[in-house]
Design a protein around this ligand. Structure first.
Ligand SMILES: [Zn+2]
Length: 288
């Protein structure tokens, strides 16, 4: 997302919508940002992509703008995506279309050897893992109407990144998947910070991710902190940016202690660092 330009969609000779798009080319696993300048008589409703509706929301800090994040799934193949913008002009329903190009992020591949008991799951573990997955997806697919954030996101930990988001993973030649977050180097017991303000919506020990904390930042944005050894917060608790939420660890399916940090937008797993950079640079420019 290095460049930022304005797209003027001309609706009629009288009206032009003022929309800023973070980039018209989005790699799979990344997020696009649309900002809409409020205009007299124009009411922005939503954008629709692949039959999924994304509500256009009040900008968290700028009263004169609206915004929407469009997450592109990791599994999305290169294509030109039709984006339909629905809005009202003097109470008349209108829409306009534009295209976003999804390109291949060209993620690297890695092979991992892990304890076999964690690869071929017995019935009980399988059931547990699938219930935990469902519980988490129910959370991620819920969008809190308000936004809890009003300044830049921070990293949960200031250490070396040991594994980036998106690496294709092969476990013992059997399980396949991709690295769904960013790993930070951390021995057991390092304090982990909340990346931004929000509400703890999950704080429990899970089969794959071990000690897991999920923070709801509002507007369908979540950050997740996995493999922790201790929690300093509990479910339902409001947290402030940089607050210590617990300690790093090696719980769950891991090869060693570290922090796995991930993010969801409207239910879709996205590159957490790209999301943070995108929002910090555009929505929270100059607001530390
Ligand atoms: Zn990880």
């Amino acid at each position: 997302m290095r460049f930022f330009y304005f797209l003027l969609v001309c609706i009629s000779t009288l009206n032009a919508l003022d929309i800023a798009i973070s980039s018209s080319i989005i790699p799979n696993g990344k997020t696009a940002l649309f900002e809409f300048k409020k205009e007299k008589n124009i009411h922005y409703n939503n954008v629709v992509v692949d039959n999924k509706r994304y509500t256009i929301l009040q900008h968290p800090v700028d009263a004169h703008k609206m915004y929407v994040l469009l997450p592109i799934s990791y599994y999305e193949k290169p294509n030109d995506k039709k984006v339909t913008l629905n809005y009202k002009d003097k109470n008349v329903e209108k829409n306009t279309m534009f295209f976003l190009r999804v390109e291949d992020a060209k993620y690297a591949k890695e092979t991992l050897q892990v304890d076999n008991s964690k690869v071929s799951l017995d019935k009980k573990d399988k059931k547990r893992a699938s219930l935990e997955y469902k519980e988490a997806m129910d959370i991620y697919n819920t969008s809190t109407q308000k936004s809890y954030i009003s300044s830049k996101f921070i990293l949960p930990l200031d250490t070396k990144i040991t594994s980036e988001f998106g690496k294709a993973r092969v476990y013992n030649d059997t399980l396949k998947g991709y690295h769904s977050g960013t790993d930070f180097r951390a021995k057991v017991g390092v304090p982990i910070k909340a990346s931004n303000d929000g509400v703890v919506v999950l704080a429990k020990d899970r089969f794959y991710s071990g000690g897991s904390i999920v923070i709801d930042h509002g507007h369908g944005i979540y950050t997740c902190y996995f493999h922790m050894s201790k929690f300093d917060v509990e479910k339902g608790q409001r947290v402030k940016k940089a607050q210590t939420i617990g300690l790093s660890g090696d719980s769950g399916r891991v090869t060693g202690p570290h922090l796995h940090f991930s993010a969801r937008v409207s239910g879709v797993q996205v590159d957490p660092l790209q999301l943070i950079t995108l929002m910090n640079k555009n929505l929270f420019k100059g607001i530390e």
